[in-house]
Design a protein around this ligand. Structure first.
Ligand code: NAD
Length: 252
């Protein structure tokens, strides 16, 4: 198993990609802390993992609460004696172009899509350094490497967090703490509901996907979970500061 005896902390793990990544890391032997602002959703994911015979615990935490997020990460490190993987995943998407997005919505996007990753990564450094290193995976998006139409808050913050990931990678390579950005394309989760509405419904969204994505389909959460396990484990031991784009070719 690729993550035997490792401890992993995942934010936004109550649904979608975060949940699939948590399950995949647990299947590889990690003790996974499934965290989400929706405590019921997080508990459901942890129960599935336990029912499959693997290890998971739950913490209800909203990543915009700096103190609670820092405390949750510190308590996991203290109670288990280590922290090997942080997958800082929770994010939000607010649609619209410059004249449509309010300053408050831009600030809200920044708080979840950039600031919370800073807070989480900061809390993970000391316990990772104490055990000779770790892997920090920050969820950006392929919107962090391309410009989307009418998505100013999302594309700007996803570019910013990619820059921050690369900066942290450069600063902490000597501590063997690796930072990589996960950059999915269209993955079929509830996250795309806002964009679906913006496009005019599910059929329109599927038309758009088959016209604009070379592989002509949504990706699955399991296709992203494979990337998460790769970045979390020693399979990517010499990789840091990388943007792992998994998007069916959309950003080519
Ligand atoms: P999802 O909607 O399936 O799950 C998101 C989870 O995050 C939910 O359980 C929600 O409760 C939780 N969450 C939201 N705000 C939170 C907060 N403030 N604190 C704690 N938890 C919070 O979404 P998903 O598909 O897993 O996508 C989420 C992440 O993946 C985002 O960072 C998003 O930018 C990125 N992403 C998704 C796609 C996609 O197509 N699904 C593509 C590119 C990037």
């Amino acid at each position: 198993m690729l993550l035997e005896n490792k401890v992993a902390f995942v934010t936004g793990a109550g649904s979608g990609i975060g949940a699939a990544g948590a399950r995949a890391m647990a299947r590889e032997g990690a003790h996974v802390f499934v965290t989400d602002r929706d405590g019921v959703a997080a508990r459901t994911v942890a129960e599935v993992i336990s029912s499959e015979g693997f290890r998971a615990d739950t913490i209800e935490v909203d990543v915009t609460d700096d103190e609670a997020l820092g405390r949750a990460i510190a308590s996991v490190a203290q109670n288990t004696g280590r922290l090997d993987v942080l997958h800082s995943h929770a994010g939000i998407q607010i649609e619209g172009k410059l004249e449509q997005v309010t300053v408050a919505e831009m600030d809200a996007s920044w708080a979840v899509n950039v600031r919370a990753h800073f807070v989480a990564a900061q809390a993970a450094i000391a316990p990772m350094r104490a055990h000779g290193g770790g892997s920090i995976i920050i969820t950006s998006s392929n919107s962090g490497v391309q410009i989307d139409r009418e998505m100013i808050a999302y594309a700007t913050t996803k570019h910013a967090v990619l820059a921050m990931t690369r900066q942290m990678a450069a600063d902490y390579g000597k501590d063997n703490i690796r930072f990589n950005a996960l950059c999915p394309g269209f993955i079929d989760t509830p996250f795309n509901r806002g964009f679906e509405t913006q496009m005019g419904g599910r059929d329109k969204l599927e038309d758009y996907i088959s016209e604009t994505i070379p592989m002509r389909r949504f990706g699955t959460v399991d296709e992203i979970a494979d990337g998460i396990v790769f970045l979390a484990s020693d399979r990517s031991s010499f990789m840091t500061g990388h943007a792992l784009i998994i998007d069916g070719g959309e950003s080519i």
